[in-house]
Design a protein around this ligand. Structure first.
Ligand SMILES: [Zn+2]
Length: 468
C-alpha cells in the first residue's frame, strides 16, 4: 500500500511565460536594469518562486524590488489560468499603458475555490486528522494542541493569526496550516512573516503529495520549503499511532547528476517528525536537503580529476591578460580534459565564447580576470564596447554574484547608464552581431554547463537572433 513509483529524472522545470500584454518591461531596483518581462521570467520555477515570495514581502513593506518600467508602480509575479508567469501592477489605476485589470489569474481562481472550501468538510476533516496525529506523539505537549485558537503576537502586540492547528514541541510553537488549494501568495507570505517574527514555525500540510498535482497548488509550498511538501491522510494517522510519532507522507525533489547535466526527480516516502530538519529562521521544514544536494552536484559537475574547471578557465584567461606563454597551447591542453559531450571553440574567440566566460569569471571572483584592469566596472565597459549584445549575460552574472551595486555606485553610475543605453541600441544595430551569435550558438551547451547560474541569460542573449 505504501509503494511509490519514482519517476525518471528530468531537467529542472522552466517557467512558461505570458509573451505579451500585462507589464511587458520591468525594472529591477537592485541593479537599475530594465528587462523585457518575458525574457526575465523564462527561468527555473524554483528561482521565480523565490523572487515572488521576496517581492511580496517587499511590496508589503512598500519598497518593491521590481517595478513597472513605464509607470514605476511595484509589480507582483503572477500566474495566468494556463500557469504562465507574468508581472502585474500591485495597484492598478488604469493610467499605465500596460494594463492587467479585469484578468482572472490562476491565483484568483484558486483562492476563490479555497475560500469556498475554507469551512468545508475537507477542511474540518484535515484539522481532525492533524489533531489525531499530534495526540499520538508524546513529544508534543498535549495541552498545547489547539484548533482554531488565536495566536497573539508578542513582538507586534495587537497582531494575531488563527492557525488551523497549533502545538508546542520542545519549546517551539508550531502552526499547522492546511493548504487545500492555492492560498493567495501574499496571504502565505504575511503568515510566514508573522510566525517568523514570533519565533514560531509555520508548517503547511497538504491533503496529498502527488507529482501530477504538483503544479496545481503545491509549488507555492514546495519551492520556498527547500523543495519538500508534507501531507496527512487516514493512512498516515494510522502510522502516527503505530509509530507513536507524528508521521507524514512527504514529497520532495531530489537533484541528480545525469552525465554532465543536473536533473531532478520527484520522490515520495513516509517520514516521521524526528527525521525532519526544522529551520525556523528560514521558516522551512524538510526531510531532504535539496539546496545542499544541488550545490554539491553543481560543484562536482565542474570538477574533473579533482580540479575545478572554473579555476582552470580563470588561469587560462589570466595568462591571456598577461600575455605569458602560448595561450592557444594552454587552451588546447585544457580542452583535452573537458567533456567531449560539448562543442568547444577551436581558437580563443569562438563567437565571443571567451568574452562570455570572462564576464562570468570576473563577476564570480569580484575582480577583472581577462584583462589587466583594476576594477570590475572596466571589464563591464570593455565588454559592452566589443559585445553590446552580451548585456543580458553581463547583468545576470553581476547580479548572480552580488556585484550589481557597482552600476549604481555614484562614481560610475552616470557613465554606465550612458554605456548601457548605447549597448541596447548597438546590440541590434551592429551588423556583425548576428554573425557572432550564430557562431556562439554551437557553444551553448558548453556555456550552460560552465555557467548554470545564468542559463536564462545565455538563452536571452542568443534569443536576440530570433525575429521579433
Ligand atoms: Zn505601469
Amino acid at each position: 500500500m505504501l509503494s511509490f513509483v519514482t519517476p525518471a529524472p528530468r531537467l529542472p522545470e522552466i517557467a512558461d511565460v505570458v509573451e505579451e500584454g500585462f507589464v511587458e518591461e520591468i525594472r529591477d531596483d537592485t541593479t537599475g536594469d530594465v528587462h523585457k518581462s518575458a525574457d526575465f521570467l523564462r527561468r527555473e520555477l524554483r528561482e521565480l518562486n523565490r523572487f515572488r515570495g521576496e517581492q511580496e514581502d517587499l511590496l508589503a513593506a512598500g519598497k518593491p524590488r521590481f517595478r513597472c518600467a513605464h509607470c514605476e508602480v511595484g509589480v507582483a509575479l503572477r500566474l495566468s489560468a494556463l500557469r504562465r508567469w507574468y508581472f502585474r501592477h500591485d495597484e492598478e489605476d488604469g493610467s499605465c499603458r500596460y494594463q492587467s485589470k479585469g484578468f482572472l489569474s490562476q491565483d484568483d481562481f484558486d483562492a476563490r475555490r479555497y475560500n469556498g472550501q475554507k469551512e468545508g468538510p475537507q477542511h474540518i476533516r484535515m484539522k481532525r486528522l492533524i489533531r489525531e496525529s499530534l495526540t499520538r506523539d508524546g513529544t508534543f505537549d498535549k495541552q498545547s494542541i489547539l484548533e482554531e485558537v488565536r495566536w497573539r503576537g508578542k513582538v507586534t502586540p495587537g497582531s494575531w493569526k488563527i492557525p488551523d492547528v497549533q502545538a508546542m514541541r520542545n519549546g517551539l510553537r508550531i502552526a499547522f496550516e492546511i493548504q487545500l488549494s492555492s492560498t493567495y501568495v501574499n496571504v502565505m507570505r504575511q503568515r510566514r512573516s508573522f510566525y517568523l517574527a514570533e519565533g514560531g514555525l509555520l508548517f503547511w500540510v497538504l491533503t496529498r503529495v502527488r507529482e501530477e498535482d504538483r503544479r496545481q497548488f503545491q509549488d507555492d509550498v514546495l519551492y520556498p520549503n527547500n523543495c519538500n511538501v508534507f501531507a496527512i491522510d487516514e493512512e498516515t494517522v494510522a502510522l502516527s499511532a503505530e509509530n507513536a510519532e507524528l508521521t507524514f507522507r512527504c514529497g520532495y525533489l531530489e537533484p541528480v547528476r545525469d552525465g554532465w547535466t543536473l536533473k531532478e526527480r520527484w520522490c515520495e516516502r513516509i517520514v516521521r517528525f524526528s527525521e525532519l530538519t526544522l529551520d525556523p529562521v528560514n521558516q522551512r521544514v524538510y526531510y531532504f536537503d535539496y539546496d545542499n544536494a544541488r550545490s554539491e552536484i553543481e560543484r562536482a559537475l565542474r570538477t574533473i580529476d579533482g580540479r575545478c574547471i572554473l579555476d582552470e578557465f580563470e588561469s587560462l584567461l589570466r595568462c591571456r591578460a598577461n600575455q605569458d606563454g602560448n595561450v592557444l597551447d594552454k587552451w588546447r591542453t585544457l580542452k583535452r580534459s573537458l567533456p567531449d559531450a560539448f562543442t568547444w571553440p577551436l581558437d580563443l574567440y569562438g563567437g565571443g565564447f571567451f568574452t562570455a566566460v570572462d564576464i562570468y569569471l570576473s563577476a564570480r571572483s569580484g575582480r577583472p580576470v581577462g584583462w589587466n584592469y583594476q576594477s570590475l566596472i572596466q571589464t563591464a565597459h570593455r565588454c559592452m564596447d566589443i559585445r553590446p549584445d552580451f548585456l543580458p549575460l553581463l547583468e545576470a552574472c553581476f547580479s548572480t554574484f552580488g556585484r550589481s551595486s557597482i552600476f549604481t555606485d555614484e562614481r560610475y553610475a552616470a557613465k554606465w547608464r550612458a554605456k548601457r543605453a548605447k549597448a541596447v541600441v548597438d546590440a541590434t544595430a551592429k551588423s556583425d552581431t548576428r554573425t557572432h551569435l550564430l557562431r556562439l550558438r554551437q557553444y551553448r551547451p558548453a556555456m550552460e554547463w560552465l555557467m548554470p547560474e545564468v542559463k536564462h541569460a545565455i538563452a536571452a542573449t542568443l534569443a536576440q537572433l530570433d525575429p521579433r
